[in-house]
Design a protein around this ligand. Structure first.
Ligand code: F6R
Length: 617
């Protein structure tokens, strides 16, 4: 896994240092292992950088304060080329210290560039791929005095993915940046402008932003923003206003963003439903700007995604096939593109991504588009690369998700997929209008059911207390309960560092049941009672593991007496149709992992080795 770094640039009327450090703090959730800052001063560029978290950089700034400056760049780095040391932290300077560069992504031809520069006598001070850019830029400035022009010349030589933000000591009041595949947005203020990998870093200063496209260079001063292509042609500028406010990017009284985001699920779910269903229960997905005839002609749906988004896709498959009768495959984006998948112009590809920047998912969608498939993105981040490159997008309106472990976006992604599935059923006539209206009524009841569930999580606190010392936990489920089990296990792995596995309950006897020993906690997601034949099979599975000494933690409808008879711990769920149950059943599992990690004293929002968006392969 490789990561995304955080980048901030500021030029304007105010002191740059607090704005840059504040901006980096708002991106801490993305994961990083060193940090640095460079400021412009009349005597040249001044930098400070430190391995470790921002507090170490702040301590360094307290020991060796920087002079006042109204212009600078900052960076949080997640190490790829070269370990997380002070030397490898960004910004990187040219040999004479005239230019400073921060970078997110991977320069694939860095080794060749380095050899070439070293042959010319350049001495490198770090092991990073980024430093070559600083030296190249310095050289380019001798040929092309303008900062943006010199940066464009450098970009034309770079291979790989990058966001670069650069300062030149000889060009006060100006910052330039370049973007290929990695994220970068411009924040437009009053007598000040910002650059950042994420709007969260400048949302407290301005809600006006400009999206940058692929292979574009931007130069900002306090009152201008100039965007060009790598070839120097003017590029159209796409301004937009950020809908959410600062409060959404703050913890609001919760100890962790993750916990806050778990509790935001009713809101995220109802905001994602909002405006997409009319009074009579018909779906109106106006944003789905794909020719209706093409939607009707689609003969296969392929969902591509990674991690939690992939689990959302696995759940959606059950509903989409059931409602539309169109075959639906779900594939890990990282596998999809390397196996020559069968994708044709009549395939509808659905790319699910919270960040909209996940490189594997982006590459999968590019591959699909090359085969002339129609691509719909399901995304939470306005203007991100994945929606920009798709034929259409259904945004999840979950608000910013800051905790590294995805929670509210998971449920919002399922809802967005369900809206798409119901819309396709409506268009293709595979469900009658009154059937769709009935399903819609059940779906719109979910946010209130989520809220009821969230109001009663006390028993999970007690359960986490009891289980905090365990080393291994299993999760089982059938049908849509199976991906819920996978997601419950993923949450526990990534936040609590526990060995956790999710299994299809029916598969247990084919191997995994050998893992069951006395005292092993096993969470079981039990389908609704009533006409659902799956229910009894899962109850039998509980009996099988219980007979072998497992401690059963059973999630089932609150009136499910058969399931309760097999439960060492009971987690009651509101009554909902089978296909909608995952939207509820996942909540106690998310909360359990958050609670376990808290009790273990771990950093819930920034688990080790993980980054929020994974913008390189
Ligand atoms: C797990 C988690 C990851 C992401 C995955 C895809 O909690 O957050 O597994 O789901 O990296 O990220 P997006 O949705 O941004 O494409």
């Amino acid at each position: 896994m490789a990561p995304v770094c955080g980048i901030v640039g500021y030029v304007g009327a105010r002191q740059a240092q607090p704005i840059i450090i504040g901006g980096l703090k708002r991106m801490e959730y993305r994961g990083y292992d060193s940090a640095g800052i460079a400021l412009w001063t009349p005597d040249g560029l001044e930098t400070r950088k430190r391995a470790g978290k921002l507090v170490r950089l702040e301590a360094e700034l307290a020991d060796r304060p920087l002079p006042e400056s109204r212009q600078g760049i900052g960076h949080t780095r997640w190490a790829t080329h070269g370990g997380p040391t002070d030397q490898n932290a960004h910004p990187h300077l040219s040999g004479d210290g005239r230019v400073a560069v921060v970078h997110n992504g991977i320069i694939e031809n860095a080794a060749i560039l380095r050899r070439e520069l070293e042959a010319e006598g350049v001495v490198f001070r770090s092991q990073t791929d980024t430093e070559a850019v600083a030296h190249l830029l310095r050289r380019a400035l001798d040929q092309e005095p303008g900062l943006a022009a010199a940066l464009r010349a450098v970009c034309r030589r770079l291979e790989g993915t990058f966001t670069l933000v650069v300062l030149d000591a000889a060009q006060p009041g100006r910052i330039a940046a370049a973007r290929r595949s990695s994220p970068l947005v411009v924040g437009v203020g009053q007598d000040e402008n910002f650059l950042a990998s994420d709007v969260a870093s400048f949302i407290e200063h301005t809600r006006h932003a400009i999206e940058l496209g692929q292979d574009q260079v931007v130069e900002i001063t306090a009152d201008t923003v100039t965007v060009t292509t790598f070839d120097g042609d003017p590029a159209p500028v796409k301004p937009y206003d950020i809908e959410w406010d600062l409060a959404a990017a703050e913890k609001g009284g919760f100890d962790w963003f993750m916990r806050k985001e778990i509790f935001e699920q009713p809101q995220a779910a109802s905001d994602t439903l909002l405006g997409r269903i009319d009074q009579s229960g018909r779906l109106c997905l106006d944003e789905l700007r794909i020719d209706r005839a093409q939607l009707r002609a689609a003969d296969k749906i392929v969902i591509v995604a990674c991690g939690t988004a992939y689990h959302a896709g696995l759940i959606a498959k059950y509903a989409i096939e059931h409602w539309t009768r169109v075959p639906c495959e779900v594939e890990l984006a990282s596998e999809f593109r390397y196996r020559d998948p069968i994708v044709t112009p009549t395939t509808l590809v659905v790319a699910i991504s919270q960040s909209g920047e996940t490189m594997d998912t982006l590459m999968a969608l590019r591959h699909a588009r090359e085969q002339h498939a129609q691509v719909v993105a399901i995304c939470n981040t306005n203007g991100a690369t994945i929606p920009r490159e798709s034929d259409a997008v259904i945004y999840t309106h979950a608000g910013p998700e800051i905790g590294v472990a995805s929670t509210k976006c998971f449920t919002a992604q399922i809802i967005a997929c369900y809206l798409l599935g119901l819309f396709l059923a409506q268009e293709r006539g595979t469900k009658f209008g009154d059937e769709i209206a009935e399903l819609v009524a059940d779906l719109t009841a979910v946010p209130a059911q989520m809220a009821a569930l969230l109001a009663d999580l006390g028993p999970i606190d007690a359960l986490a207390q009891e289980l905090v010392g365990v080393e291994s936990v299993l999760f089982i489920g059938r049908h849509v309960g199976y991906p819920v089990a996978l997601e419950g296990a993923l949450k526990l792995k990534e936040i609590s560092y526990l060995h956790a596995e999710g299994f299809a309950a029916g598969e247990l006897k084919h191997g995994p049941i050998a893992l069951v020993e006395p005292g092993l906690p096993v969470f079981v997601v039990v389908p609704p009672t009533g006409r659902d034949h799956l229910h009894d099979k899962v109850v039998s599975n509980i009996q099988e593991i219980r007979a072998r000494g497992a401690k059963t933690i059973v999630l089932a409808e609150r009136n499910d007496a058969e399931a309760w008879a097999q439960a060492d711990h009971a987690i009651p769920l509101p009554l909902a149709p089978t296909l909608f149950q995952p939207l509820l059943a996942i909540i106690p599992l998310q909360y359990f992992s958050c609670q376990m990690a808290t009790l273990k004293g771990l950093d819930v929002d920034q688990p080790r080795n993980l980054a929020k968006s994974v913008t390189v392969e």
